[in-house]
Every structure is written in C-alpha cells, then in structure tokens.
Design a protein around this ligand. Structure first.
Ligand code: GLP
Length: 242
C-alpha cells in the first residue's frame, strides 16, 4: 500500500488526476473503473483540463463505473450516469460507446447484474479502479456485511448511506433505497486501485479501512490485501493515522 498525504483537497485532486493521467499515457487503451461521490469531482476537473490541452487522450479509453441508483433514468440529475456526463464524459474526447454504467431502470435486476458482469469480464481486468470511501466504509455501494466475493448485485442502501447522500436530493425521501453495484470481488481484481479520501469527517473510517481488522463489516478493509493500492488522502482525512 502506498499512502500519499496532500496539503488539501485541491492538491489531492491534482495528484489523483496525475496518477490517472500517467496510466493513460502509459496505456492509451486503459480500462478505467470510475467512481462518483463528491470526492472525485476535483480529480475529474483536472483530467478535463489535461485533456483540453491534449496532455491526455481518452479516444481509446474504456470506462466501467462502480454503481448506479436503481430507479433513476440516465437523464435524472441525480443518476450517476448524469453525474459522469456532467463531470467528465461530456468534456473529454471519450467515445460514448466505451462508457459503461449499470442501467438504473433495467426491468429485470438479475438480468442487468448478469449483463454488467459480462461487460466487466469482457473488458477486464480493469487497469485502474478509482474509489471513494463511504462514511460507513462502503466501496462502490457495497455496504457493511457484503461478502468479499460478490459480483454485480442489487443492494439495499443502509440508513446511514441514505442519510449521507440525501444532501444531493431535494429531500431525504427522494434518495433511492436500492442501487446496482459492482462487487468487491470485481473491485479487487483491478490491476491497480486508487482510493481518494478527503476531509475530517472521513478520518476515523479511513484509519479503520487501512489499519483496522479486515472484515466485511467495513468493506474497504479488504483493500489492505490488494497488491497495488494507492491511497491519496488530504491532511484532514489523514489526521487519525496511527
Ligand atoms: C456514494 C458512492 C461511493 C462513494 C461514496 C462517498 O455512496 N456510491 O462510490 O465513494 O458515495 O462519497 P463522497 O465522496 O461524496 O463522500
């Protein structure tokens, strides 16, 4: 595990984008596993800027997102599809056919999970998986208690996740109760993982994730066993480190 502690969020965002940019320069056909949430927004802004000045090229890049809310159509402004388009895809030279997210409005959840597993199997292994950290230690939408071996599945979101994500919706009751997520087994099969964590509110859970007992109760703890994990945390998020 490599841990990089940055001065602040802007510095974190630059470092994370540089890490991803280097990946794209070394392998222009990279398969990127992408994440949503507020933490990677600055990283995406830096990637957009680097793409604009032609430092990095997305023409041959393929992306597989971690998750999507069940029940939100791609054009819903809180869907992860919409988030990705707004924060990255619409502003870089990626080919739309190379973008993959679970379909939040798929009629049959089981069929959708199988379809997504197939995409991951066909395009994988993911060269670089970007991850944020949920307040309860979730990665993607793999909530506490999820088996480490899972593939794509439909999850019931925990009360704490619904609470944490309510800030993006008009009211808490608008937050979907279920989501599709890539499984932990698939995340762990990525060749490299980059975990980005920002802010004092994540300090305790980050400490637990990287140095606590490895348990499905804190899904991110499994990352301790990944052979190529880089954690970029700002000073606030790193303040509970041992
Ligand atoms: C959501 C996403 C996660 C993300 C988490 C943390 O629940 N499904 O992939 O890591 O939020 O988000 P934030 O970065 O806003 O704290």
């Amino acid at each position: 595990m490599r841990i990089i502690i940055t001065r602040d969020y802007d510095d974190l965002s630059r470092r994370a984008a540089d890490y991803i940019g280097a990946q794209l320069i070394l392998k222009p056909t990279s398969v990127l596993g992408l994440a949503t949430g507020s933490t990677p927004i600055g990283t995406y802004q830096n990637l957009v800027a680097a793409n604009k000045v032609q430092k990095i090229n997305f023409a041959a890049v393929k992306t597989i997102n971690l998750d999507e809310y069940q029940g939100l159509a791609p054009d819903h402004d809180q869907s992860y599809y919409y988030f990705m388009k707004k924060n990255l895809f619409d502003s870089v030279n990626i080919d739309p056919k190379n973008i993959h997210l679970p379909d939040g409005v798929a009629k049959d959840a089981q069929v959708e999970c199988a379809r997504y597993d197939q995409i991951i199997n066909q395009l994988g292994p993911i060269d670089l998986q970007l991850l944020g950290l949920g307040a309860n230690g979730h990665i993607g939408f793999n909530e506490p208690g999820t088996a480490f071996t899972t593939g794509t599945h439909l999850v019931g979101l925990t009360e704490s996740t619904i609470e944490a994500n309510a800030r993006f919706f008009a009211q808490k009751s608008d937050v979907p109760r279920h989501a599709f997520t890539m499984g932990i087994g698939q995340i762990m099969r990525a060749s490299k993982i980059l975990l980005v964590v920002s802010g004092a509110g994540k300090a305790e859970i980050l400490r637990e994730a990287i140095s606590g007992p490895v348990t499905p109760q804190v899904p991110a703890t499994i990352l301790q066993f990944h052979p190529d994990l880089t954690v970029i945390a700002d000073q606030e998020a790193a303040k509970a480190f041992p």
